[in-house]
Design a protein around this ligand. Structure first.
Ligand code: GCW
Length: 703
């Protein structure tokens, strides 16, 4: 028999019912069955206390937050500034653990860091600030029994990136084209419904817990495409934003707002939004002041300007630095940042014009502006030069702007990676991006760029993948992407398989019945390589797109080939791929520093998986793998489908061990993934067979 995953239902009719994701009560069993001492004060300490108290009420433990202190605590969670713990054992554990931290560099734990140790039979979490205590408590939850077994040498834990953020592309109104959530695949929005705030505090609070437990500390509550109603979140609808901020604050999550560059015109009635106009500057200053009166810890603004039809500084003959600095000036007195997106390109390109290359656009626009942005501007750059594809090179902008604070933007919502109908664990892909060294082995990584000098970088951002679906992400296995995002933002060096293990331990094993190890093995077998599987049955060798225009689901090889969007593959009877070389193509390879400018320029040295991104090659071109391009296309597409068939079989094996509702949902999605993968395989293989006339070396069926 399987046990249902414990979720919570709101008492109010019409509000959501949801599953517990990675925090089912049973994940707190170890912590909740012990005597626990919490020492310190503050809003987030209250959150810790609340979490521990609820766990203890359920599992028989007990919590002390005041006298009597002389208890045999098994776990001590203490703020260092709260001073001595008036308990002999706890105090000796605290003192025993502290020197290890003091010896480590400056010894400081920072705003979010903590020290964790188990000394003389007492597990100790020390922090310098309440958020650190909260993160430390979730670390104890992650460790489970291991937090209380053997001695744990004292270790300091601090996030590598200070800014770990999710951007929600949620609309307040249901947009006629993009719906309630643009590129949302998990139902409605957690914040908004049909033009109004949802006020679903219980669920929002649970969302805050999930975020804190994986390390996310900031969100944007509305879509970067800011439509009329959403623009007013900045002014007369600000109360709704303040309410969200209030619910999420106890979990250390700071709220940001996407704003329209045209706000002074559309909301303020001014004749212009020119960034150099004094009336415009005064308008932003006043609007921003009002925001901080309502939300003192407000994070800042996110702006998509002069991109895909959004208003921006170009209309006034100004550039992106003028635009960003306008908002930065308004935010600076309050400690806020403006996050300015670098996703700027010509979406009205003539497909006949071979000189325009969308991949070049962000670098062309922004690299010359390096050094011109104010200190509180963060330039938010999509990780690749095109658009969240399952395979792209890393954006050259990330290597070109040393004097600018840069944030790296990922997409957890699976717009181009199966739309949460396909299993596609993105941890390995993100990890590869974060570990990439744009200046070669001697230089730093993309994670270093996001961290910035002295922690001043823009951090890591992902477009959120959650909604009001009972499983949060519609595909229950897509939760792992959200979890992995948070963990990688905390520590980009974490290994994706190990992150998956944590997620499995927290989410599945506490409620699995029968043989938990089979559940673990099955999850790994299905998810570990699922991103590469997805890559195998979709667009080949980094060429990208080939998705259905508009909704972007399923194959349509030529769907974007003769459109203005700049995403072409240029397949003809002789070959396929985009020539982006300096020698004969668009020159995009020249935007990279060495060694990549040379590696990508060369057909011979270019990595196989990016070959068609950088080169137009004949079908019989031989890859490093030893196979021809055309045979690679056939082989990977047949293999990808077989892998999905195997995933489906594996999932059947855990039928009795996991919640039946979750099992059904995943099974139904795997059926669709299989159907879709077959469609991809057949369309891609048939297309290239017809173009090239080259038969499959193994004589398999191509239509
Ligand atoms: O990938 C594209 C999406 C758009 C999105 C845009 C962006 C919010 O198809 O829906 O708009 O990127 O990142 O701004």
């Amino acid at each position: 028999m399987s046990v249902p995953v414990t979720g919570r239902a709101s008492a109010h009719a019409g509000k959501s019912i949801w599953h517990a994701a990675w925090l089912p009560p049973a994940a707190f069993r170890e912590l909740g069955s012990r005597p626990v001492l919490v020492h310190g004060e503050g809003l987030l300490v209250d959150t810790v206390l609340d979490e521990v108290s609820r766990a203890c009420a359920r599992y028989g433990g007990r919590v002390w937050h005041g006298p009597p202190w002389q208890v045999d605590a098994d776990l001590v969670l203490a703020l260092r500034e709260a001073g001595r713990v008036p308990n002999v054992a706890a105090e000796s554990a605290r003192l025993g653990a502290t020197p290890a931290v003091n010896g480590a560099g400056d010894g400081a734990l920072g705003d979010e860091g903590y020290l964790l140790a188990r000394v003389d039979g007492v597990t100790v979490v020390l922090a310098d600030a309440p958020a650190g205590l909260l993160y430390g408590m979730f670390h104890v939850v992650r460790l489970g029994a291991a937090a209380f077994d053997d001695e744990l040498p004292a270790r300091r834990h601090r996030p590598a990136l200070d800014r770990r953020m999710l951007d929600h592309w949620d609309n307040v109104d249901v947009h006629p084209v993009s719906g309630q959530v643009e590129r949302g695949y998990a139902g409605g929005s957690l914040f908004w419904r049909d033009g109004a705030a949802r006020h679903d505090h219980a669920r929002l609070r649970d969302y805050g817990r999930l975020l804190a437990a994986c390390g996310v500390n900031a969100i944007t509550v509305n879509n970067v495409n800011v439509h009329d109603t959403e623009a007013r979140l900045l002014t007369d609808r600000l109360g709704d934003v303040a309410e969200i901020a209030q619910v999420l604050r106890p979990y250390g999550v700071r709220v940001h707002l996407s704003v329209s560059f045209a706000a002074p015109v559309v909301l303020g009635g001014l004749p212009t939004a020119d960034p150099l106009d004094d009336r415009v500057r005064a308008w932003w200053a006043a609007a921003t002041r009002r925001v901080y009166q309502r939300i003192p810890d407000f994070g800042g603004y996110l702006v998509k300007a002069d991109s895909e039809g959004r208003p921006g500084p170009f209309a006034y003959g100004r550039d992106h630095a003028d635009g960003a600095n306008l908002l930065a000036e308004a935010l600076a007195p309050h400690g806020g940042v403006v996050r300015w997106r670098a996703f700027v390109y010509d979406h009205r390109q003539d497909w006949r014009d071979r000189s325009t290359d969308r991949a070049r656009a962000a670098h062309d626009h922004f690299a010359p502006l390096d050094g011109r942005f104010d200190d509180n501007v963060i330039l938010q750059v999509k990780f690749g030069p095109i658009d969240f594809q399952p395979r792209e090179p890393v954006s050259p902008v990330l290597a070109a702007m040393p004097a600018t604070r840069l944030a790296v933007e990922l997409q957890a919502t699976q717009e181009y990676t199966g739309q949460q109908r396909h299993v596609c664990y993105l941890g390995p892909w993100w990890s590869e991006v974060l570990r990439f060294r744009p200046r070669g082995e001697a230089g730093g990584t993309i994670a270093d760029v996001a961290a910035g000098r002295a922690g001043a970088g823009g951090g890591l951002v992902a477009v959120a993948n959650v909604g009001d679906d009972p499983f949060w992400t519609a595909h229950p296995l897509a939760q792992a992407n959200l979890y992995a995002f948070g963990r990688l933002a905390w520590d980009p060096l974490l290994v994706p398989g190990a992150i998956l293990d944590e997620w499995i331990d927290l989410t599945w094993l506490p409620v699995a019945t029968g043989d938990p190890e089979t559940v673990r093995r099955t999850m790994h077998a299905i998810m570990d390589d699922s991103w590469r599987t997805y890559e195998r049955y979709t667009a080949p060798l980094g060429v990208g797109f080939m998705v259905r225009p508009g909704h972007h689901y399923g194959p349509d090889v030529d769907g974007y080939e003769y459109t203005p969007w700049g995403t072409y593959h240029f397949a003809d009877r002789d070959g396929v791929g985009v020539d982006r070389t300096r020698a004969t193509g668009t020159g995009f390879t020249g935007q990279y520093p060495p060694p990549w400018s040379e590696v990508y320029e060369s057909r011979e040295r270019c990595p196989d998986e990016l070959l068609l991104f950088f080169h137009h090659v004949p079908y019989r071109h031989v890859l490093h793998s030893g196979r021809t391009v055309i045979q690679h296309i056939y082989d990977t597409h047949f293999a990808g489908v077989e892998e999905v068939a195997a995933m489906r079989e594996r999932w059947r094996l855990v039928a009795g061990a996991v919640d039946p509702a979750v099992h059904d949902r995943v099974a139904e999605r795997l059926d669709e993934q299989f159907r879709s993968a077959v469609e991809w395989r057949d369309q891609i293989n048939t297309y290239f067979f017809r173009k090239s006339g080259v038969p499959d070396a193994h004589g398999r069926r191509i239509h």
